[in-house]
Design a protein around this ligand. Structure first.
Ligand code: KIV
Length: 265
């Protein structure tokens, strides 16, 4: 794996090269993904669901994300690793810096936060203290109890315009990357064009600057339920490596996600 950093990701956007990303939570998978050439690893708070068997990400703590970040860093020493800041660990700038620092010490290159304009001061404080930020808009799993379920966001004109404004505000505050989750493909494309920082989509169509999937979905490990926006890349392949390479290739050449994995307005 090449030693990609934020400048490299920005260059990929500028050159129209798709960024490939997967979640990872342990050293073995991190090593496999890095060997296959993935650009970004995310230690997602999705670990609450896929590792701990919970029904949301809400109970996950910074200590737990830090533990898994250390595991991922051990398996992929050169990787670009983003660590999720869990629910209620960034209510104000000082707390955010304290919690974010724990993830950086565990080996993260960047932290990810869910939310819009209300995060501006927090993003400014984190970046001032040397903690790079990835923002996260669209479906915000940490707010599932407010939203009332895992629903596609930004389907109406007002919601779409608000999301674009939020992306601009977060970029201006210093965010260097943006994840957009479960929004219509057209909005995924608009937001990617509206800001200069790379936009990585999950359920946001194939016109974003890159794609991320939860590794358990990509490997079909949840046989009961496969969300519409994911694909089991292990189907028809005989190794984990072949599945990961297929995911990377399909993202790079724009085949994944197809219309069947995407949402309309
Ligand atoms: O926690 C996570 O895995 C995430 C991805 C869904 C982007 O935030």
């Amino acid at each position: 794996m090449s030693r990609i950093r934020t400048a490299g990701l920005l260059k990929m956007k500028q050159e129209g090269k798709k960024i490939t990303a997967l979640t990872a939570y342990d050293s073995s998978f991190a090593k496999l993904f890095a060997t296959c050439g993935i650009d970004v690893l995310l230690v997602g708070d999705s670990l609450g669901m896929v590792l701990q068997g919970l029904d949301s990400t809400v109970p996950v703590t910074t200590t737990e994300v830090a533990y898994h970040t250390r595991c991922v860093r051990a398996g992929a020493p050169e990787a670009f690793v983003i660590a999720d800041m869990p629910f209620m660990t960034y209510p104000d700038p000082a707390t955010a810096c304290f919690e974010g620092a724990e993830l950086m010490r565990a080996g993260a290159n960047m932290v990810k936060l869910e939310g819009g304009e209300w995060l501006v001061e927090i993003v400014q404080a984190l970046t001032r203290q040397g903690i790079p930020v990835c923002a996260h808009l669209g479906l915000l799993p940490q707010s599932v109890n407010v939203i009332g379920g895992y629903k596609v966001q930004g389907r109406d004109e007002d919601g779409a315009a608000a999301l674009i404004n939020q992306a601009r505000a977060l970029e201006a505050a210093g965010a260097q990357l943006l994840v957009v989750e479960c929004i219509p493909s057209a909005l995924g494309e608009q937001v990617s064009k509206a800001i200069n920082i790379p936009v990585i989509g999950i359920g946001a169509g194939n016109q974003t600057d890159g794609q991320i999937l939860v590794m358990h979905d990509m490997l079909g490990m949840n046989a009961d339920y496969l969300p519409k926006f994911t694909k089991n890349f292990l189907t028809g392949r005989d190794s984990l490596k072949a599945a990961v390479e297929a995911y990377i290739n399909e993202v790079r050449n724009g085949d994944f996600p197809g219309p069947e994995h995407s949402f309309n307005s």
